[in-house]
Write a protein that binds this ligand. Structure first.
Ligand SMILES: Cc1cc2nc3c(=O)[nH]c(=O)nc-3n(C[C@H](O)[C@H](O)[C@H](O)COP(=O)(O)OP(=O)(O)OC[C@H]3O[C@@H](n4cnc5c(N)ncnc54)[C@H](O)[C@@H]3O)c2cc1C
Length: 479
């Protein structure tokens, strides 16, 4: 055994020899096959859900409640996806844009109420569709663990990545291939729900996917928790994020849009979403790696700039990073080629469908390279861009002439989650088939959560009634 002094004194060469010696002692030398692993069975299930954000968890719960044996596979060591791995804390309003009609309920409302009751969430203007409930995302992690554990027929697989699909015929999957600590394993199921965000399983199953050109994809953002913002506000009377990002002497970024929010239950910490990685396709491994590192570089530059622009007074600690989200928050990657592509008009004009499985009122919100566009159901729009001095220019206008009929909520059809040619595989979440502008609204979590629940219900129907995916819709009751 090396002492700490010997270890550092001897350098990495000694460490390598030490590691090799220990590895040989443990008897785990690489086999002569060169490491090729044998597949083993991880069990047989009715429904297999790939991806464990709220979308995937809610799908699993809806299926389990109805007697299905469910496998739930998640790449991280915890559930929650972008909310918990990306620190994104806002669930938007459950009401229509006028705040008169509740349009979203189900597990979203159940979990939100649970967090509110425990003071782990705070409601900001319940009825404003641009905001909603701020969640403590660590509390959400625990709530999801609890939800999964309560359903004995859900078998969770954490730190497990789906890497392939096995098919019996075109569009009919028999197994998901996962890689985890135990090796390469096969999960057999009758029905599969891809909730990986990136359509990893659907693509492996040979079904169609598409994505925008890199330059047109929404930018991605790594979020962080920082301390010291209140002290800066007290000392300077302001904390102007856009000037910190791209103003003179700032972080030198091209964009000026970012937002902060108090961490629920931890008022000395602020959540910050202000990095932006463009031209990055998260379904490309090299882009993803580059993006993760670039986003963290931006966090460092932002914090350094904040401390330059608002230097701590009286020897205070200044602005510090308390935590960086483990994963870059991905706004967009692959979409599936589904039986229907939701159009911008469907969303902005609130088209009604026979196979509606979700409703939403969140605005169209597109994070382009250096700016951001908001398009609202009431016919108005705002485009925000940064001026060279770091101040933000707001260009306001209308996408719809005054006097034309507007909607107060939109609907999401089941067909947009069913890949063309699929027999027993559907999607749930941000891989939905939709036009770019429609996506700006549909991608938010209250919408993805509902897609998850609907996918779970469809899976049950498909298994019990032996229906192909396309015919298994369980539409929402009309309101
Ligand atoms: C910075 C940022 C801010 C945002 N702000 C908001 C906001 O305020 N409110 C809001 O509602 N929405 C917001 N969004 C959008 C929203 O968070 C996402 O669109 C939504 O969470 C997507 O959900 P999803 O379930 O489809 O995908 P994800 O949340 O990406 O979940 C996919 C899950 O699948 C897992 N997975 C992926 N690949 C595999 C694999 N091969 N095998 C196993 N598991 C896998 C992932 O680990 C993850 O848990 C924001 C997004 C970003 C990036």
């Amino acid at each position: 055994m090396l002492t700490r002094r010997e270890f550092f004194g001897a350098g990495l060469g000694a460490f390598a020899a030490f590691a090799a010696q220990n590895s040989a002692r443990a008897g785990d030398a690489v086999p002569a096959s060169g490491g090729a692993r044998k597949e083993t069975s991880a069990g047989e299930f009715d429904v297999c859900v790939l991806g464990g954000s709220c979308t995937g968890v809610f799908a699993a719960v809806r299926a389990a409640e109805r007697g299905m044996k469910v496998a739930l596979v998640e790449n991280n060591g915890f559930f929650g996806g972008t909310a918990t791995a990306g620190f994104v804390p806002v669930w938007h309003s459950l009401y229509d844009t006028k705040g008169e009609k509740k349009i979203i309920g189900g597990l979203t409302e159940e979990i939100e109420n649970r967090l509110l009751a425990r003071r782990e969430a705070v409601l900001e203007k319940r009825t404003d569709p641009s905001v909603g409930a701020y969640l403590n995302v660590s509390a959400l992690t625990l709530a999801l663990d609890d939800l999964v554990s309560k359903h004995g027929s859900i078998r969770p697989f954490l730190h497990a990545r789906v890497t392939d699909a096995r098919l019996s015929s075109a569009g009919r999957a028999t197994h998901a291939v996962i890689e985890d600590k135990s090796g390469r394993r096969l999960i057999a199921a009758k029905f599969f729900i891809d909730a990986t965000g990136d359509a990893d399983f659907i693509r492996r199953a040979g079904l169609g996917t598409w994505r925008l050109e890199r330059a047109d994809l929404q930018a991605h953002t790594t979020c962080a928790l920082i301390s010291g913002v209140d002290a800066a506000r007290r000392a300077y009377g302001r904390f102007d994020l856009s000037r910190i990002l791209c103003g003179k002497g700032g972080a030198g970024l091209e964009h000026g849009f970012g937002w902060t929010a108090k961490v629920v239950g931890c008022p000395s910490l602020d959540f910050i979403a202000a990095t932006r990685v463009k031209n990055c396709d998260p379904s490309d491994a090299d882009d993803l790696t580059r993006g993760e590192i670039e986003a963290r570089r931006q966090i460092a530059a932002i914090v350094d700039a904040a401390n330059r622009m608002y230097p701590p007074k009286k020897g205070g600690p200044g602005i510090s990073i308390a935590a960086i989200a483990p994963c870059m928050g991905l706004r967009e990657s692959r979409h599936i080629d589904a039986l229907y592509r939701v159009t911008a008009d469907d969303v902005l004009r609130g088209r009604r469908f026979d196979d509606t499985i979700a409703r939403g009122s969140y605005r169209v919100d597109i994070h382009e390279g250096t700016g951001i566009t908001f398009r609202y159901l009431d016919g108005t729009e705002t485009r925000m861009t940064a001026r060279p001095d770091g101040s933000m220019k707001h260009a306001r206008g209308r996408w719809l002439p005054k006097g034309e009929k507007t909607a107060t909520w939109y609907e999401i059809p089941y067909r947009a989650l069913v890949p063309k040619g699929s027999q027993n595989i559907i999607a749930a979440g941000r891989m939905i088939d939709c036009e770019r502008d429609a996506y700006g609204a549909l991608r938010v979590m209250v919408n993805c959560n509902q897609m998850g629940e609907a996918a779970g219900l469809a899976a049950v129907r498909a298994v019990k009634e032996r229906l192909p995916a396309a015919d298994a819709c369980v539409p929402l009751a009309s309101i």
